[in-house]
Ligand binder design. Structure first.
Ligand code: ADP
Ligand code: MG
Length: 265
């Protein structure tokens, strides 16, 4: 792919957690550069620091060390207003949909917030149409849900609502943290749809997964993460067909599907 402008760039990014006297670097001296319109996968086994990195990227956790630049400028998230502005451009889907909603807001309010977050001024009818369109994109009926609280929805409905919100927010960067592991089949295909349609809206997608086969299938660029460190990164094709790090080789050897694709190529 022709890479666009660098949107999000990190250098030496580190997050240390303390447990009493012990400390642990969950993310350790990580460098990255994510470009406009690029689909990136971050691959690693459970506990390798993927979610911690995702939270740092979102500005939900503060890095202990290192620098992060957004569009060439040092990222400054000093207060809620800064974060709110930043979240116009960067949104996440986490494994647990309950973590991403204000549970005291009804569905209609949750969706209306997306319109105001984008700074759009719409008539009542335009608002209604936008919310309806976003819901039907993920196979939800707005008329049936608008007056409900998140806890009145099923897990699958919540996940789809989360994706409807992303669809409305139209972020520049979407972080999807293991979205296929708990999500229902409908949401999964909607996410894959979004991935495939990204060229239309030039969305940058950071796809976090433990499944190297899926990463190969969906992404332009792969970062392999082990024990908090990025041990290998590069074009998906190159990383999978010509893995340099032993750990990458081991991950790939665990996926028979890729071996087959490899032998056929
Ligand atoms: N809030 C936290 N406090 C302390 N330790 C944490 C916290 N979040 C994650 N960790 C630890 O950091 C490591 C990486 O976790 P995580 O980022 O969730 O990995 P992954 O998403 O790759 O499974 C794990 O050892 C985990 O126990
Ligand atoms: Mg995780």
């Amino acid at each position: 792919m022709n890479k666009g402008e660098v949107l999000l760039q990190g250098s030496n990014v580190t997050k240390v957690f303390s447990y009493g006297k012990k400390t642990k670097a969950a993310v350790n001296e990580v460098d990255f550069a994510f470009h406009e319109g690029e689909i990136i996968s971050i691959v690693g086994e459970s506990g390798s620091g993927k979610t911690t990195l995702a939270k740092i990227l979102m500005g939900l956790l503060k890095e202990t060390n290192g620098t992060i630049a957004y569009r060439g400028q040092a990222r400054k998230l000093r207060n809620h207003a800064d974060r709110k502005k930043y979240w116009k451009d960067i949104q996440a889907i986490f494994q647990d949909p309950f973590s991403s909603f204000n549970l005291f807001h009804k569905v209609e309010k949750l969706l209306l917030d997306c319109i105001s977050l984008r700074g759009l001024t719409l008539s009542k009818e335009e608002q209604f149409n936008k919310m309806k369109e976003a819901c039907s994109f993920v196979n939800l009926k707005f008329e049936e849900l608008y007056n409900k609280y998140p806890f009145e929805l099923s897990g699958g409905q919540m996940q789809r609502l989360m994706i409807a919100r992303i669809f409305m927010l139209h972020p520049k960067i979407l972080i999807a943290d293991e979205p296929t592991s708990m999500i229902d089949a409908c949401s999964r295909s909607t996410i894959l749809d979004m991935l495939l349609k990204r060229s239309e809206n030039n969305m940058t997608i950071i796809f976090i997964t433990h499944d190297v086969g899926l990463a190969y299938y969906v992404s332009d660029t792969i970062y392999i993460m082990k024990k908090g460190r990025i041990v290998e990164s590069g074009e998906a094709e190159e990383v999978i067909i010509n893995p340099k790090h032993r750990y990458t080789q081991q991950l790939i050897s665990d996926v028979p599907k890729i071996h087959e694709a490899w032998n056929l190529a």
